[in-house]
Write a new protein. Structure first.
Ligand code: HEM
Lengths: 198, 355
């Protein structure tokens, strides 16, 4: 799958990179869906000998290819929520010099980045690469509920039902963009939804 | 002077009002007939007697009513006050700064009696008389920052300083111009300013941050910011925007003078002694257009500023749709005569409006 070129944006919005192999005591890969392709691109036998892959397929079938890389440890989880306690534990146990590689959707990278920072992993030891869906993880500023995988602007808050427009303002602590009522100044006047980058 | 505290509201029936005293001392933010973002900072070392710049923390006739409004906002939404765990010491620093400043600057309203770590704080306008142990959280009904900012007008951001940046790691934010502490907490100076148009490109935030990082204890600074608010609503939060946004559409040519308010923030910056944090009080002053128009200089100038403000700023500040109606109203108070430099109304030297 080709990589998406995010348009330039405001300073709170994260900028994703491209994974590259780095020397390290251990290598932790956390990916979802097409994020697997970034791992396949960067993997070397050296990295995999000290590698731990945590993968959430979300309906994609890259798991066998990742397993075939022969990482020292491999885990496949059904969802981020199911995997998060394992991610936390792995990060807590991480030794100095562990390199962290995050790839896939913004929601996955943002949340896992947060876990890594909270576990005290140095920012410089964390790499990211966006692959696959360009959907956003959104927080409704009104009810505070998070709606995952938002593809359109505006969208309906999955918690309170308000029609929200998609801002670029991003909170790393919440790993979410901000959603704000789109028809607050003209109740009921909700524009037809279109793709976020259209 | 003794202050007569207003019995008034900032919601529902909006009985908020400014006395002649409050209008005369309103911090009109425009020193010339146009406005653009700038690194507009100066030392906060007092100002003309009776002005809002005179005291370290200005107390005015809205004090008691504003504190009542804050308590209501917090009861509805406790997330308006947050402090990350490492910020408690900064909270004590802030409590000390406010208690010492207010008891020195307003001895008839506030008293602080210190006997070692045992402190007695008397806040007469709010009927508070508490004795507690400094630096012992269990002796206060709230954390130190929340305790003291429930008794101080304006919002407060407490910034941790590290990695040559400032981090919004604590705050009490109930009278904000449409931004969310709950969303922004933990962000750095550039991240929380991300939505502001034009200023990043002008290098304003880089220069402003450099200035702030160097603020020393005992040498506070200040600046003004402004926006527009329909109705004297203090809680223009994004959290409640789905409720108040619609009020912007209730302006008519008949009610605009009373309903449309210029909202000015007196922002100050103090270095805190123990934590080395920076505290950023954001004090909000509201004044209706019709009260502003009683000062001929302000009437002429506000018209020119609003008329010539770049679209990006009018949009960001949320009044682009109402600008034409504002200009219809304000143009009646602009006869084209020149205005004197500076923010003060300068009534002795200002000719009355020619009809
Ligand atoms: C460390 C203290 C400061 C804090 C906590 C702070 C916080 C904020 C916040 C939360 C916003 C709203 C952003 C949004 O739209 O979400 C804002 C706006 C802004 N800030 Fe600051 N700020 C600080 C210092 C400064 C300084 C020193 C300057 C000096 C140039 C500045 C210039 C601005 C400007 C120009 C805006 C846009 C305001 C408008 O047009 O209404 N800020 N600030």
């Amino acid at each position: 799958m080709s990589k998406f070129d995010f348009p330039p944006s405001i300073k709170s919005r994260p900028v994703w990179g491209t994974l590259e192999p780095r020397p390290g005591a251990a290598h932790l890969f956390i990916a979802d869906a097409h994020g697997a392709e970034a791992i396949l691109d960067v993997a070397t036998p050296d990295l995999m000998a000290k590698g731990h892959i945590i993968y959430i397929p979300r309906g994609e079938d890259f798991a066998d290819k990742l397993r075939a890389l022969n990482p020292a440890q491999f885990y496949e989880g059904p969802s981020y929520a199911a995997a998060v306690s394992r991610i936390r534990r792995t990060l807590e146990d991480a030794h100095m010099g562990t390199q962290v590689y995050l790839s896939g959707t913004e929601g996955l990278m943002g949340q896992a980045m947060n876990e890594a920072m909270q576990a005290g992993i140095e920012y410089a030891a964390i790499q990211t690469e966006h692959r696959g869906s360009i959907a956003r993880r959104m927080q409704c500023v009104h009810c505070k509920g998070i709606t995952e995988d938002v593809e359109t602007d505006p969208f309906v808050c999955s918690h309170c039902g308000l029609n929200l427009f998609v801002r670029d303002h991003y909170s790393r602590r919440l790993a979410a963009y901000q959603g704000v009522r789109v028809d607050a100044e003209d109740h009921g006047n909700v524009p037809a939804p279109k793709g976020i980058y259209e | 002077m003794t202050i007569q505290f207003n019995d008034e509201t900032f919601r529902d029936d909006y009985s908020f009002h400014n006395s002649q005293w409050a209008i005369d001392r309103f911090p009109f933010p425009f020193h010339e007939d146009s406005y653009m973002y700038a690194v507009n900072m100066e030392q906060h070392r007092g100002g003309p007697e009776g002005s809002v710049y005179e005291k370290r923390f200005d107390v005015d006739e809205h004090y008691v009513a504003e504190m009542r409004d804050r308590a209501m906002v917090l009861a509805d939404d406790p997330l308006r006050c947050q402090s990350l765990p490492h910020m408690t010491l900064a909270g004590w620093d802030l409590l000390e700064l406010i208690m010492v400043s207010k008891s020195e600057d307003y001895p008839d309203l506030f008293e602080l009696h210190r006997d070692g770590d045992t402190w007695r704080w008397i806040n007469k306008p709010m009927g508070i008389d508490d004795t507690f142990t400094f630096l012992d959280e269990t002796t206060l009904p709230y954390g130190p920052m929340e305790y003291i900012t429930r008794q101080a007008q304006g919002d407060f951001c407490v910034l941790d300083q590290r990695d040559d940046n400032l981090w919004m790691d604590a705050g009490m934010v109930t009278t904000q111009a449409d931004w969310s502490l709950d969303f922004d907490i933990g962000m750095n100076f550039f991240e929380w300013h991300a939505p502001v148009p034009l200023a990043h490109e002008k290098g304003i935030f880089k220069r402003a941050l450099k200035f702030l990082l160097n603020i020393q204890q005992g040498a506070p600074a200040r600046r003004l910011n402004w926006t527009m608010t329909v109705n004297p609503l203090l809680d223009t939060s994004p959290e409640n925007y789905h409720k108040w946004g619609i009020q912007k559409t209730t302006l008519t040519p008949e009610n605009i003078g009373a309903k449309q308010h210029l909202r000015v923030e007196l922002q100050t910056f103090f270095r805190l002694p123990r934590s080395n944090a920076l505290v950023f009080p954001i004090r909000c002053y509201l004044c209706s257009f019709q009260d502003l128009m009683t000062k001929p200089k302000w009437g002429r100038r506000l018209h020119r500023v609003v008329r010539d403000l770049p679209v990006e700023l009018a949009t960001y500040k949320g009044f682009i749709d109402n600008r034409p109606m504002m200009l219809d109203y304000l143009s009646q108070f602009d006869d084209g005569l020149p205005t004197s430099p500076g923010v003060f109304p300068d009534e002795e030297n200002t000719p009355p409006l020619s009809s």
